[in-house]
Write a protein that binds this ligand. Structure first.
Ligand code: SAH
Length: 297
């Protein structure tokens, strides 16, 4: 399924079909800002540090993070011109890129929430004669026999390869950068099909309405862990609470008592296992010589 999601993000008002963590609570971005600041301190506070975000959506996460750590250089990786304009409203001083390769060299801390899940995956189906790769052609699936080496799963099984996500993490590792990825998916590689389409807030057929549905796939953290050095993945609720989610939320509730119910509910959505707390994972890609980063000890 070699198909990116750029067409959708380019034309759709963001948040219409799904709600992401930075849209739910300002504390999410603030905690990532605090995390990045501590990592920068662990690196010896290099002056030329770049704080980057991949797939910033409406720019809320970075705007919240910069209140906690006003990093000197802010770079965004984004392909949708419409979302770049949204991001510029909230973080006017950022510099934009369409890929990691044009971000200047030097020390780099990158964060990305629900970015890897938006990258295309390859999908394989096990047939009697062996594995076939699935493509989309003229709005329908076609299958082409593949000699790609995959486990001996039962006939009818599906496997997905997060090649683009792995490639992105490898590029980060090659420049000794530190990347923090928050996304949903199992901690270990597993068979199965996870590509899904959401349109107007409901599940939709992946093959219909191209450019009008938000197509995502689970992130295979196990495969990324095999390809590059990582810390984690850990569950989102573990990571956020280790970094003081409740304390920050209580502080905000004291400042704004009229918002305390809303604040409590938003934290519940981020941490409850049946909401986003457990399916969402947090993983750092980083050089192997670093001690445990905050949230991963
Ligand atoms: N991080 C935001 C948005 C997540 S949606 C949030 O949590 O709210 C995915 C984001 O990744 C969007 O900004 C989308 O335009 C961007 N994106 C998708 N594919 C991309 C690609 N190949 N390169 C760069 N950005 C991409």
């Amino acid at each position: 399924m070699a198909r990116g999601n750029g067409a959708y993000y380019a034309h759709h008002p963001f948040g219409q079909d799904f709600t992401t963590a930075p849209e739910i609570s300002q504390v999410f971005g603030e905690i990532l800002g605090a995390w990045a600041k501590v990592v920068w301190q662990m690196l010896g506070e290099p002056e030329d540090i770049i704080f980057a975000e991949a797939g910033p959506g409406r720019g809320l996460l970075m705007a919240d993070a910069l209140r906690v750590w006003p990093a000197p250089h802010v770079h965004f990786i984004e392909t949708s011109p419409q979302l770049m304009a949204e991001q510029a409203k909230r973080v006017p001083r950022a510099t934009w890129h369409t890929s990691l390769s044009s971000i200047p060299s030097g020390p780099l801390i990158l964060v990305a929430n629900e970015f890897l899940d938006a990258l295309p995956v390859r999908q394989f189906v096990r047939r009697t004669a062996g594995w076939c790769e699935r493509y989309v052609e003229n709005g329908a699936y076609i299958e082409i026999p593949s000699d790609y080496s995959l486990p001996d799963d039962p006939i009818g099984s599906t496997r997905e390869l997060n090649e683009a996500a792995i490639q992105f993490c490898k590029e980060l590792a090659a420049r000794d950068a530190i990347g923090l990825f928050i996304d949903y998916g199992p901690a270990e590689s597993a068979p199965g099909e996870s590509v899904q389409a959401i349109r107007n807030g409901a599940y939709s057929n992946v093959l219909l309405h191209f450019g009008e549905t938000d197509i995502t796939a689970h992130v295979d953290f196990g495969a990324i862990k095999e390809a590059v050095h990582t810390q984690g993945p850990v569950k989102q609720n573990y990571f956020l609470t280790a970094l003081g989610l409740y304390q920050r939320n209580d502080f905000l509730a004291q400042l704004h008592p009229e918002r305390s119910l809303e604040l409590r509910l938003s934290v519940q959505r981020l941490t409850a296992p049946e909401a986003m707390g457990s399916l969402f994972k947090v993983m750092a890609v980083c050089p192997s010589h670093l001690p445990p980063l905050p949230g991963f000890s």
